[in-house]
Design a protein around this ligand. Structure first.
Ligand code: PMP
Length: 443
């Protein structure tokens, strides 16, 4: 039960998971259900977002305006934007909010074709296919790509949509230790003898699935090492860039750009439009043959209603801004700002003595609370001072690795961030979650 309903469960549901669940319910019982129903601790009902770059939101409970540190609105596009919003409104007038048809039954508008061309070009692949929901992109595409007789090797902290897609595919699933390429290689070695040609292996195909930036940790994937291993063992790579596309890399092109990886080395690139692009939906980008195959066979494409036209227009427009095709340099400014904001916020939290997960440049960072019983207090005390943070534990993370997960946006001002840091500093002392000595102030 998480405050943001991510349902980000570890893949290996087995005995351990069974006991974790029981322990979790015991803790809830002992504390009078502090996690699930702590009044005023969560910002789960939002009355409205403000127009000032979506920095603030209003809760219905006490109508307070809060600084929003929980939203995936990395580049600030989920707000009134001088370039994107008028175009989205125009497309609403021209196409309405729904096509009420699947892509193959009249639901493909010029916007959908333009969107797929833009996405392919932006992520650096020959072709792309888009879906109405990021979650469905993973959970529907994996069964369309892989099945019985094949092997999926998945990072242990992959998102629930990947877990569900992998399970639904019927392929055999193995999990490797989170972000640990040496363990991935161990698992691969167990499954196939090194150097064996593809045709002599016990698996029809092998697919390794990782994320660009992990949404509950903020870690950047060790992609170059993963790719080298996949090449050595002739496995396909599937990269979920939900949290990295648009958010990192010099021109926003994600972890490949950030880490200097050639996109040709990643077989299947997946991403969502619900974060950096301020819209909804998801994409798969890959070779022309792969995308053509998916367009003919993937049930979510054949039978599901196509992306809402204003949402498609919002994505096209935000990509144009990021690429500078709107005639301004706002895209470059946003990218510089999110990098600066993320690195500033992270380094200040570390200086205060918090244990912070995640890597430099990542807009996602986790302040470790460990004890799930501290979640409600941490969240409530921050909210009292109008700072909204998301706190999570099982099943989004292991039970005793509860954390406050912060998402920094390019639309946060330095003043916003300084104010939030002051609040989090006080709350950290109050709740007792600073596990390191604070760095002494420099004179
Ligand atoms: N993949 C990852 C890594 C995610 O974190 C999420 C959701 N945050 C999704 C896929 C699903 O995307 P959406 O929310 O756009 O449906």
């Amino acid at each position: 039960y998480t405050s943001n309903n991510q349902g980000y469960a570890p893949i290996c549901l087995g005995l351990e998971d069974f006991y974790t669940r029981r322990l979790y319910h015991r803790i809830q019982d002992c504390f009078g259900r502090p996690i699930a129903s702590a009044p005023d601790a969560w910002f789960d009902v939002v009355e409205r977002y403000s127009n000032d770059n979506n920095k603030t939101l209003k809760r219905t409970a006490n109508m307070s305006r809060c600084l929003n540190l929980g939203s995936y609105n990395y580049l600030g596009f989920a707000a009134a934007d001088e370039y994107c919003t008028p175009r989205a409104i125009e497309s609403l007038k021209g196409f309405s909010s729904s096509t009420c048809s699947s892509r193959v039954d009249g639901g493909t508008t010029v916007l959908h074709n333009e969107l797929e061309e833009y996405v392919a070009r932006f992520v650096g692949k020959p072709a792309a296919i888009v879906f109405g929901m990021g979650y469905v992109t993973n959970s529907a595409i994996l069964p369309a790509l892989i099945g019985k007789g094949a092997l999926i090797i998945s990072d242990s902290l992959n998102h629930n949509s990947i877990v569900n897609g992998a399970r639904g595919s019927g392929a055999t699933i193995r999990v490797f230790q989170h972000d640990t390429p040496s363990h991935l290689e161990e698992v691969l070695r167990e499954q196939i003898a090194e150097g064996q040609p593809r045709t002599h292996r016990p698996w029809k195909k092998i697919m390794v699935i990782v994320e660009g930036i992990y949404s509950m940790e903020g870690e950047v994937c060790k992609l170059p090492e993963i790719i080298a291993i996949c090449k050595k063992y002739k496995a396909y790579t599937y990269l979920d860039e939900a949290h990295s596309i648009g958010a990192v890399g010099k021109t926003g092109k994600g972890v490949c750009e950030l880490l200097g990886v050639d996109t040709a080395d990643v077989d299947i690139m997946m991403g969502t439009f619900t974060k950096s692009f301020g819209s909804c939906g998801g994409y798969i980008a890959g070779s022309k043959e792969l995308i053509q195959y998916l367009k003919y066979t993937c049930p979510a494409h054949l039978y599901g209603t196509s992306v809402s036209p204003p949402a498609a227009q919002q994505i096209i427009s935000s990509i144009k801004v990021i690429l500078g095709e709107d005639g301004s340099n706002r895209g470059a400014q946003k990218l510089a700002q999110i990098r600066e904001n993320s690195n500033f916020f992270r380094s200040e939290l570390i200086k205060m003595g918090f244990e912070v997960l995640g890597d430099n440049d990542s807009p996602v960072m986790a302040i470790m609370l460990y004890n799930p019983a501290k979640m409600a207090a941490f969240s409530r005390e921050c909210l009292k001072q109008n700072v909204a943070v998301v706190t999570v534990t099982f099943p989004a993370t292991p039970l005793l690795l509860a954390r406050a997960r912060i998402c920094v946006s390019a639309s946060h001002t330095k003043e916003d961030l300084i104010k939030a840091l002051e609040v989090i500093d006080q709350v950290g002392d109050l709740v007792g979650v600073k596990y390191f000595p604070a760095e002494p102030e420099k004179q």
